[in-house]
Design a protein around this ligand. Sequence first.
Ligand code: SAM
Length: 253
Amino acid sequence: RARKRFGQHFLHDPGIIDRLVRTVAPMAGQKLVEIGPGRGALTYPLLEQVAHLDVVELDRDLIHLLREAVPEERLTVHQADALRFDFRPLAGDLKLRVVGNLPYNISTPLIFHLLEQAEVISDMTFMLQKEVVDRLTAAPGTSDYGRLSVMVQYHCQADYLFFVPPGAFQPPPKVDSAVVRLTPHATAPWPARDPVYLGKLVNQAFTQRRKAVRNALKTLVEPDIFDALGIDPGLRPDHLSVADYVALANATG
Ligand code: SAM
């Protein structure tokens, strides 16, 4: 039986599983890590492509099944909460390719946890709630663009890959799903001097997303700074690019 508190919705549509594995396109010798392997819907097809896989799973019963099914030389099962897991030691010389049909209730904090370790990650391919994928990949000026879009796109290229209907899972979730790829930037295109302050500024801007950015950021940014940076202070916060936010943070933090 699926456990609700672990966000368990197991993939059972062979076409979707195949498409996801082909999208990841694992190559022999790459370092793959799967988060939340569950009953192995993705794990077993991934193991056909690579000699060894690391997986991080919280549910003891499922861990037991995986350990019984596959020898340790091929599958290392880390019994851990992915939200607290240190992925760095798995990387070695090669960066990690991270894959997962994530528990939707923890997907946002999990992405932020992984972004803190982005230096050891080459890419991440995730099944998520479609609404979250829309926000991760949103462009300025669209209704989905917000704090999550800016902070994730500060660290990564975010690409929407494909839609997945509820019927692909057992039990079916109440929401639509989609697959996203997050590729951490090798070098930051717009380096922030203080990423924590950038987060604070972006947060403040989007708590008042209907105001002009000049008003939304009144307590952090002097009006003449907008002119100096060539940013229209009358724009709403959802019309500023990631580069604009970094420029504002670097000029004020
Ligand atoms: N990959 C499987 C599939 O596609 O059928 C299962 C996906 S299911 C949506 C999410 C999986 O993540 C479950 O196996 C669940 O037990 C596991 N999980 C939930 N919370 C977790 C956490 N904090 N850390 C690691 N795994 C977790």
